[in-house]
Design a protein around this ligand. Structure first.
Ligand SMILES: Cc1ncc(COP(=O)(O)O)c(C=O)c1O
Length: 382
């Protein structure tokens, strides 16, 4: 099979999980920032913020060092603190829950829908108490959370919504972009994300007050009043440097191409996997657009082998694969919250049986074929 995109010929059988799509244009943009002398706080991050907000169709964007710092700032903007509870899906990268501890609040872990790997809205109401202030909704792996019922419940109980859109640039739910449904959306530009600056993130909102707080708190708590700098709050240094923002600007120009390629690669994977017993490819519904930030399948008992053994066997053949992500209630720093594992069964299953297969922009079709054939061989020879 031929490459469907670039000319990369990968004859070696080493297949990495990801390979960032960065080339000459990004290097050139960084060179210009070097020449400008503004390596930290300069004009480029501001321009990137404007372009990113235009891409999403949202009023404000605030460029930060990561999605984790964006999520932390989001909680600060919403005034969440000691004694408050914040609902978090149990199956997510732990940063989603960690930030709740950072503001002194308590994460309340809720189970997921195993089909989508996202928060199960039917389990939400049972988790709400008089202390609940907010829901952090995750659009995991680029698949949108089921926003309609979540928004309805949030409205009914007067709860704010933070979207963890770390994996979800370009993800659509009923035609609307992930990150623009809630009070605040948070994106990641980590090297595994579809738009990358190596490390980086963005907080987005339509709310002017939240935007002001975010801009100030990411910059030491500075407010400029009558051209004078005042430190009105003890803020952080969460600013994205101009060097990284320059990379982000170039990546944003390429994002549609990146997303299109991703969809094509996923289609090939899903077709080739269709006759492999015990492997569920990513779920799709007509009203959503999955961007496959990670191509994650779910193994069941029919596969006949444990997921971790599959990862080890693939590694022996030169293929890097990985777990989907983590069940928070099983991590040591969440155990002290004593959540009942019986209420988090789907998350536990996803943590144990999800498998991320390699996918990157320059992946050739014969590389996908090799991954799927290797899975088939591993199953046959188990
Ligand atoms: C769902 C989710 N939230 C948050 C994060 C943290 O993002 P960052 O590395 O930009 O802090 C990640 C990172 O993988 C993630 O997958």
């Amino acid at each position: 099979m031929k490459d469907i995109g670039t000319k990369e010929k990968n004859k070696s059988k080493k297949i990495p999980l990801i390979r960032p799509y960065i080339d000459k244009e990004e290097l050139e943009a960084v060179r210009k920032v070097f020449e400008s002398g503004y390596l930290a706080k300069g004009p480029t991050a501001k321009i990137f913020e404007k372009e990113f907000s235009e891409y999403l169709g949202i009023k404000h964007a605030s460029a930060v060092t990561s999605c984790t710092t964006a999520l932390h700032l989001a909680l600060v903007c919403l005034g969440i603190g000691l004694g408050d509870e914040v609902i978090v899906p149990d199956f997510t990268y732990p940063a989603t829950g960690h930030v709740v501890f950072h503001v002194g609040a308590k994460p309340i872990l809720v189970d997921i829908d195993l089909k989508t790997f996202n928060l199960d809205p039917s389990k939400l109401e049972a988790a709400i108490t008089e202390n609940t202030k907010s829901i952090i909704v995750v659009h995991l792996f680029g698949y949108p959370a089921d926003m309609s019922p979540i928004l309805e419940i949030a409205q009914k109980y007067d709860l704010s919504i933070i979207e963890d859109a770390a994996c979800a640039i370009g993800t659509l739910y009923k035609g609307k972009k992930a990150g623009t449904f809630g009070d605040i959306g948070c994106f990641s530009f980590h090297a595994r994300k579809l738009l990358t600056t190596g490390e980086g993130g963005m907080l987005v909102t339509d709310n002017e007050e939240y935007a002001k707080i975010s801009h100030s708190m990411k910059d030491f708590g500075i407010r400029v009043i009558s051209d004078k700098i005042y430190f009105t709050h003890p803020g952080f240094n969460y600013r994205l440097s101009d060097v990284l923002a320059a990379i982000g600007r170039v990546q944003l120009i390429k994002i549609d191409k990146i997303l299109e390629k991703r969809k094509n690669l996923a289609k090939v994977y899903t077709e080739l996997l269709s006759d492999l017993e015990g492997v569920k490819p990513p779920y799709i519904e007509p009203h959503i657009t999955h961007t496959y930030q990670s191509y994650v399948v779910l193994l069941d008992e029919n596969f006949g082998m444990k997921r971790d053994e599959v990862i080890a066997s693939m590694a022996e053949k030169g293929i890097e694969s990985q777990i989907g992500t983590y069940a928070l209630h099983q991590q040591p720093c969440y155990k002290r919250l004593n959540f009942n594992p019986k209420n988090l069964i789907n998350s536990a299953k996803a943590y144990q049986n999800s498998l991320t297969l390699p996918m990157f922009h320059h992946m050739a079709l014969d590389q996908i074929e090799f991954v799927v054939n290797t899975l088939k061989d591993i199953q046959k020879n188990r």
